[in-house]
Design a protein around this ligand. Structure first.
Ligand SMILES: Nc1ncnc2c1ncn2[C@@H]1O[C@H](COP(=O)(O)OP(=O)(O)O)[C@@H](O)[C@H]1O
Ligand SMILES: [Mg+2]
Length: 285
């Protein structure tokens, strides 16, 4: 009897995956010369900021899609608007909507995991994890960060969220737990400069003023010509991308349509389905 008839769900076959790893650079789009742009996001963290409609959620979805297709990679998602990161909810370890208590408890757990990983690194006389450690990469993606730090919940809850986030962003980069976040304008009340600077990559999508561009990239860049207020409102997905220690680079992020996103999420869910393949080989022979 064919295995298809015996096992209509195909659970006795080994899933064929794309073989991506979060330890490889992540493709984000092209630069102004048409060259592909990649980011080593696993050791850096990424903050996207800019005015509404600039393309922040698009970039976050690209990161979620990459993480979804990566081997040994888990997703933790925060999206107070539900629909931006919602397509990935079925494969995420946690999906947080408009609930600050939930957000705080998930962050607290992530910080504990990070802390345990550092104890493990210490015991192994190492300072950061690498791809051969076989620890999962846990990618935390937060859209509209300001919803959690300034809108939902009470002031003490918002402060707790912010201090836990600061803990995760500073701890995560060496233990395979990168944070990718988006916010409209990282002014001091939403993201203080000290938290902003913990993000090794910053993408400034279109801004309305030179000052906003500087708040995202850092003081003085706009005066040197790297001004996200120069990006045309019709050029969505265009941004200045700054890697710590480098010069901002003009990029255009790759774009996934809603249909692309749901198709990738479905494929990723299929890849990640529980499979009994390893136990079935004897029977199938
Ligand atoms: N990389 C891109 N290339 C082309 N169009 C894009 C790109 N990113 C976003 N867009 C367009 O801009 C719209 C708003 O993008 P979105 O990511 O939702 O912005 P934001 O999250 O900054 O408000 C999208 O619906 C899409 O039509
Ligand atoms: Mg958005």
């Amino acid at each position: 009897m064919s295995s298809i008839a015996r096992d209509p769900l195909g659970t006795d076959r080994v899933p064929v995956g794309p073989g991506l790893s979060m330890f490889d650079p992540m493709f984000v789009g092209i630069d102004e010369f048409g060259e592909a742009v990649f980011l080593d996001v696993v050791y850096r963290n990424l903050l996207a900021a800019g005015e509404p409609g600039g393309g922040k959620s698009g970039l976050l979805n690209l990161a979620a899609g990459t993480a979804a297709l990566c081997d040994n990679t888990r997703l933790v998602l925060f999206d107070a608007k539900w629909v931006e990161l919602g397509p990935w909810r079925h494969i995420a370890d946690e999906f947080v909507g408009r609930d600050l208590d939930h957000a705080i408890s998930v962050l607290r757990r992530l910080v504990t995991v990070a802390d345990n990983r550092y104890q493990w690194l210490l015991a192994h006389e190492r300072r950061k994890v690498n791809r051969y450690d076989d620890l999962s990469v846990i990618v935390t993606i937060i859209d509209e960060l300001a919803m959690y730090s300034t809108v939902l919940g009470t002031k003490p809850q918002q402060e707790e969220f912010e201090s836990l986030l600061r803990g995760l962003v500073s701890l995560g980069r060496a233990c395979g737990m990168p944070v990718i976040a988006a916010t409209q304008r990282p002014s001091w009340d939403i993201i203080p400069a000290s938290l902003r600077d913990l993000f090794g990559f910053r993408a400034a999508f279109r801004c309305t003023s030179l000052n906003s561009s500087n708040i995202i990239l850092g003081q003085g860049w706009a005066e040197q010509g790297y001004n996200a207020a120069d990006i045309s409102p019709t050029n969505q997905g265009a941004a200045y991308l700054l890697a710590e220690g480098g010069l901002p680079r003009r990029v255009k992020a790759a774009y996934l349509s809603d249909a692309d996103i749901y198709a990738i999420a479905d494929y990723a869910a299929w890849l990640r389905r529980p499979t009994t393949a390893a136990f079935d080989w004897g029977m199938a022979a």
